[in-house]
Design a protein around this ligand. Structure first.
Ligand code: FE2
Length: 303
């Protein structure tokens, strides 16, 4: 049985997309010079109340303010971002005359920020963007600073939004959803609670696992998926037990980034399909839904 392209003797054509990435502790401080290179003037800084409380959004806003950028902080983002929040955010972005999006936080503010950008450019309802390649015009420049190690929305072509009326989630999948820059700074993950560390890390493990066994995997994604599986399975329990250890946080963040590059290009499988149904219906944390489903899907798929 051919599980992936490494085991297949031929090399079929596959593409691989990634944003510009800066990885390393302290790299969040580079935000000012990158906004300058994008010719930004008014920044739409999207985050959520938990990340604001942890201080990361304020630190980024201070750095931008010190360079005399106007910064609008938008924090009306639920843990599973809703279509109404995207539409409200897009309205605010336009009313305030913003020209760059900076997302600071986990998958929720990053996905919401990416969807807001797509709505602003395409002047439509976010529900119309559901599916693959439905975003005609590219979003305004977007920079992501992830503060969790799991969603990898900062390196992916995907945004997942909840349709609260129908109690389901939907994906917007398009190369126009790829952020312009990911500033991946593992230091920002030390303020995660053990529960959030575990659930976001399990999301990363599921990304690695599912992209490796995906029919759309390639030699380019397998490499990342395998390394991500090793890193996350070894270091996630260590980061959970010793949350202030920056070396463990580095390794989990690196694993998450590799997993993101893998799944963004190889797609995912039944775990994520079912996790999105479960999460949309019950409004439960995405990583937890994945963690509960993984072993059952593996048992189902294995034969
Ligand atoms: Fe996920």
């Amino acid at each position: 049985m051919e599980v992936n392209s490494i085991m297949n003797g031929s090399l079929p054509p596959r593409k691989f997309l990634a944003p510009e990435i800066i990885l390393g502790n302290g790299c969040r401080s580079l935000i000012g010079q990158y906004v300058l290179s994008l010719s930004g003037r008014k920044i739409f800084l999207i985050s959520d109340p938990g990340v604001i409380k942890a201080g990361w959004a304020g630190e980024v806003a201070d750095e931008l303010n010190s360079r005399e950028y106007d910064v609008l902080i938008y924090d009306k983002v639920s843990p599973n971002p809703r279509s109404a929040e995207v539409m409200q955010g897009a309205e605010t972005y336009i009313e305030e005359g913003c020209d760059v999006i900076v997302a600071v936080g986990g998958g929720s503010p990053m996905d919401c920020g990416k969807a807001i950008g797509a709505v602003v450019s395409n002047q439509c309802n976010v529900l119309e963007l559901e599916g693959v390649d439905e975003v005609a015009l590219p979003a305004p420049p977007i920079i992501c600073i992830p503060t969790t190690a799991g969603s990898s929305a900062d390196v992916s072509q995907v945004a997942v939004i909840s349709d609260e009326k129908r109690r389901r989630k939907f994906g917007i999948i398009s190369k126009t959803m790829l952020p312009d820059l990911a500033l991946i700074d593992p230091e920002t993950t030390v303020t995660m609670s053990p529960e959030l560390t575990a659930s976001t890390g399990m999301n990363a493990l599921c990304h690695a696992f599912e992209s490796y066994v995906s029919n759309a995997s390639s030699v380019m994604t397998d490499m990342y998926a395998l390394e991500a599986t090793k890193l996350v399975s070894e270091y996630l329990p260590k980061a959970y037990d010793d949350p202030d250890n920056i070396m463990f946080r580095d390794k989990v963040m690196l694993g998450s980034m590799y997993a993101g590059l893998a799944f963004s290009n190889a797609s995912l499988g039944l775990v994520h399909s079912m996790a999105h149904s479960l999460g949309g219906y019950l409004d439960s944390p995405h990583g937890e839904c994945n963690a509960q489903l993984l072993e059952h899907v593996v048992a189902f798929n294995y034969p």
